[in-house]
Write a protein that binds this ligand. Structure first.
Ligand SMILES: NC(=O)c1ccc[n+]([C@@H]2O[C@H](COP(=O)([O-])OP(=O)(O)OC[C@H]3O[C@@H](n4cnc5c(N)ncnc54)[C@H](O)[C@@H]3O)[C@@H](O)[C@H]2O)c1
Length: 364
């Protein structure tokens, strides 16, 4: 039975849920003179950083790259652009900035020359690097997923209100042509577990986008996950995931993730996605469609996606909007961790790490 306020009830239809490019945790706002450029260091200089973040930052007149950090002289091994990235010495020369091997060394020498740090290291390193940046009092743009172990996280409850009313059911399909990444021998960072990760593949790599979007929009909190997966015969990565989640308020979420969609099929979806709209169909008949939006900016010659814009604005002491923050990051990570446990056990698994979030219950 409903113990919460009565309807409006709503059914959220999320077609291809890959809206959130990165997790932004903007900790402190400091007023800077308007003319000052955001001073940014990039930590983890592999494929994604070299392909997008670094060119995007250097294209922006309001941002300044201060330093690069990567322990590897030849970065990007096993990453998304394996074999197609520059060495750290070439990269440092290209951007005219110093290179450090560790974040700690950077902070010891240049903490006061920085406004923010962008972390694009492999998944298993996100938590420790992200915390070190926050503890240094700097703004942080953290690539997804926020970390790979929900047990280390603390977060606060987000109270969300909006036109969706009471969300009771979410249906979500995410298909991507990423067989080359999850099944390729060269991209082991995307298929092999590191640290406390219980598995690796489409779950960590892509469902982190889906979950950040769903939890961000709905405010739901995952309670249990029941999942099954198809694994790659070559790498062992989960490449197709089917799962149901229950939420703390009794709502249900169904997610279908397909990681080896044909390229040609994806092009159709991608074209559609460029003009995607969020449609809200309500029981009271107030159906509506939002403005068209693109899921992610992949324009290397441009100023980068909304997450980078928000990060630069925060570093400059300007107004900014957080697309996916620490609460969405925590929920996404906790759900993915339970997903991998459920794949192994063959049973529904409880989501750990989201205690303290509570919504009013809907009818079970
Ligand atoms: N937003 C998106 O759509 C999107 C797309 C691709 C990748 N990504 C994310 O970008 C991140 C990097 O992915 P990638 O494919 O570029 O990986 P990658 O392996 O190519 O690059 C990561 C780099 O981090 C370095 N590194 C490892 N440990 C480090 C540490 N302690 N400190 C600093 N650097 C360290 C590695 O040497 C490597 O060069 C991942 O979090 C991934 O999820 C996001």
């Amino acid at each position: 039975m409903l113990s919460a306020a009565p309807p409006p009830k709503a059914l959220l239809l999320a077609g291809a849920a890959a809206a959130v490019a990165a997790l932004v945790y903007l900790r402190r706002r400091r007023a800077l003179p308007p003319a000052r450029r955001a001073r940014i260091a990039v930590v983890g200089c592999g494929g994604w950083a070299q392909g997008w973040h670094l060119p995007n930052i250097s294209n922006r007149p309001d941002a300044q790259l201060v330093a690069l950090v990567d322990p590897a002289d030849d970065p990007g091994a096993g990453g998304c652009l394996h074999g197609r990235v520059e060495s750290m010495s070439d990269l440092a020369a290209r951007y005219g900035v110093p290179r450090y091997k560790t974040l700690q060394a950077l902070l010891e020498e240049r903490r006061d020359e920085l406004d923010g740090v962008l972390v694009a290291a492999p998944h298993g390193h996100h938590c420790s690097l992200g915390l070190a940046v926050l503890e240094a009092g700097l703004h942080l743009l953290l690539e997804k997923p926020m970390c790979a172990d929900p047990g280390f996280l603390e977060a606060r409850k987000a109270v969300r209100q909006g036109v969706l009313g009471e969300v009771r059911s979410v249906s979500c399909v995410f298909a991507a042509p990423l067989g080359w990444l999850f099944e390729g021998a060269d991209h082991v960072r995307w298929s092999r577990s590191e640290g406390s990760m219980r598995g690796n593949g489409f779950g960590w790599g892509q469902l982190s986008h889906t979950f950040a979007w769903v939890f961000g929009v709905t405010g739901l909190t995952p309670a249990t996950v029941f999942a099954a997966a198809v694994h790659s015969e070559s790498t062992g990565a989960d490449i197709h995931d089917a799962l149901t989640l229950t939420c703390t308020n009794g709502a249900v979420i169904a997610v279908c993730g397909a990681g080896t969609a044909p390229d040609a099929g994806f092009k159709v979806v991608a074209n559609w996605a460029k003009g995607a709209r969020l449609q809200v169909w309500r029981h009271d008949g107030a159906h509506s469609a939002g403005a068209p939006f693109a899921f992610e900016s992949l324009d290397q010659a441009g100023p980068g996606p909304g997450s980078l814009h928000a990060f630069v604005s925060a570093c400059r002491g300007e107004e900014y909007e957080v697309g996916a923050g620490p609460v969405e990051g925590l929920k996404a990570v906790a759900a993915i961790d339970a997903l991998y446990r459920s794949i192994r056990s063959g049973k529904p698994e409880s989501v750990a790490g989201c205690e303290g979030f509570s919504e009013s219950r809907v009818a079970a």
